[in-house]
Design a protein around this ligand. Structure first.
Ligand code: 6PG
Length: 466
């Protein structure tokens, strides 16, 4: 019988959690997975929610189980699998039936899929929050035609995280706007994680703190201005013990970070947009560098181990906390700056304050600061977030701690790529007269590219001689 409100294709970790969330919110959901056993097992394990879930064995069965006009969420790996799934599904659907790609798609692919869909309904939505978010309330960033979003908004809002009762599910704009915003979310996620890892490195190698002490520090910071999901889980990661060896978990994990590519997409796009996001770029570079373990070991053998250890009075934990506060503001400011540039470049009118609001709960970068960021962007969406009064005041209070941290780390041979990029961005952004006049002189010298003069006029050339 065609009773299900919505379908879910793909019962991997995220798809299964999302389907349970939909059922848990009172919607009947039909599910299909490439391997039928997985569908069966998912249904058997669904407990009380099983009565709201229709397991199907074929795509035809899935389509037949859905109320018209149909809406089907794809939760399959980003890339070719999405195109294959759309190709298999479209011929079975009616003209009003909608496909919703909820994976981590590259927004250029979503733009193309919207084009290819033509008049057939298609949405690309970014879903953040990992497995737990998908199950109990993710943050959802929608893209595609507004009328299509409106058709399923009641379901997406119901399953999303809530902030003071307000759903963290918002339509961001046409085409791939939702997946674009999700990519920038992930760029900020990379930078936030990297900055935390850098501060962890100072505590471990500079201040010789135990994992327990590091865990306690993160737990303490999680009660202050840094309160956020990533600080919370960093404390929990630092506190965990390996059951096999009894050692701290952090000491048994290899120091090479994986990546599925979303951070890299953000950085590539930022370059196309000429949007300065140095802390995010540094974080992606740091992940790439982390995987060069043999080369790093060879470097240590060749150049010797850096001094690393700092006398205790060199940097206090309060200074480190402040450095992280400054770094965090700067990386979010860069991310929002990039969104603003894309909004103009792609003609999307991306709702910056609503983006900050949708990130307040459910997603990986959720943090106490996002509420104030939403207010600051609501006051003035065109102003760099670091210049908004609340954040300007915080930066005024904390940038010297960031400076001290970066300087001491440099003196002790501890690499802080994201924090030092954040500091360089801050200093560049408060320097009215920079040094690009030298670049312009050089360009004119070797290529007669011309320059603007301080006393007026474009296209001048220098008296360089030959
Ligand atoms: C989220 C996460 C999620 C996932 C990404 C990033 O918002 O829920 O960003 O989408 O963690 O795949 O993973 P990588 O670190 O592998 O790029």
């Amino acid at each position: 019988m065609s009773t299900a409100e919505i379908g879910v294709i793909g019962l991997g970790t995220m798809g299964a959690a999302l389907a349970l969330n939909i059922a848990d919110n009172g919607f009947d959901v039909a599910v299909w997975n490439r391997t039928a056993e997985k569908t069966q097992k998912f249904h058997e394990d669904a407990g009380d929610l099983a009565s709201r879930i229709t397991p199907t064995q074929t795509l035809e069965e899935l389509v037949a189980a859905l109320k018209e006009p149909r809406a089907i969420i794809l939760m399959v790996p980003a890339g070719a699998a999405v195109d294959d799934q759309i190709a298999a599904l479209r011929p079975l659907l009616g003209r009003d039936d909608m496909i919703i790609d909820a994976g981590n798609a590259n927004f250029h692919d979503t733009n193309r899929r919207v084009r290819e869909a033509g008049d057939l309904p298609f949405l690309g939505i970014g879903v953040s929050g990992g497995e737990e978010g998908a199950r109990f309330g993710p943050s959802i960033m929608g893209g595609g035609k507004r009328v299509y979003w409106d058709r399923v908004a009641h379901i997406l809002e119901a399953i999303s995280a809530k902030h003071d009762g307000q759903p963290c599910a918002t339509w961001m704009g046409e085409d791939g706007a939702g997946h674009f915003v999700k990519a920038v979310h992930n760029g900020i996620e990379y930078a936030d994680m990297q900055m935390i890892a850098e501060v962890y490195g100072i505590m471990r190698d500079g201040l010789s703190m135990t994992s327990t002490a590091i865990a306690e520090t993160f737990a303490k910071w999680d009660k202050g201005p840094l309160r956020s999901y990533l600080i919370e889980i960093s404390g929990k990661v630092a506190a965990a013990t390996d059951p096999a060896t009894g050692q701290p978990m952090l000491d048994v994990i290899v120091d090479a970070a994986g990546q599925k590519g979303t951070g890299r997409w953000t950085v590539i796009e930022a370059q196309h947009l000429a949007a300065p996001i140095p802390a995010i770029e540094a974080a992606v570079v740091a992940r790439n560098l982390s995987s060069q373990r043999d080369a790093r070991a060879a470097g240590e053998a060749l150049f010797g181990t850096a001094p690393r250890h700092m006398p205790h009075e060199t940097l206090s934990l309060a200074t480190l906390e402040q450095a992280l506060i400054a770094g965090k503001i700067l990386c979010y400011a860069q991310g929002f700056g990039m969104i603003e540039k894309a909004s103009d470049a792609f003609g999307w009118a991306l709702p910056l304050p609503a983006i900050a609001e949708v990130w307040r709960e459910g997603c990986i970068i959720r943090s106490a600061m996002l509420d104030d960021m939403a207010s600051a962007l609501r006051e003035n969406p065109d102003r760099n977030l670091m210049m908004a009064p609340k954040f300007a005041a915080l930066l005024t209070d904390t940038h010297n701690a960031l400076r001290q941290t970066v300087a001491q780390a440099a003196l002790h041979g501890l690499a802080l790529p994201a924090l030092s990029s954040g500091l360089a961005y801050f200093d560049a952004m408060r320097t009215a007269r920079g040094t690009a006049n030298m670049i312009q002189g050089q360009r004119d010298f070797f290529g007669a590219h011309g320059f603007a003069r301080m006393d007026g006029g474009e296209g001048h050339h220098g008296p360089w001689g030959s």
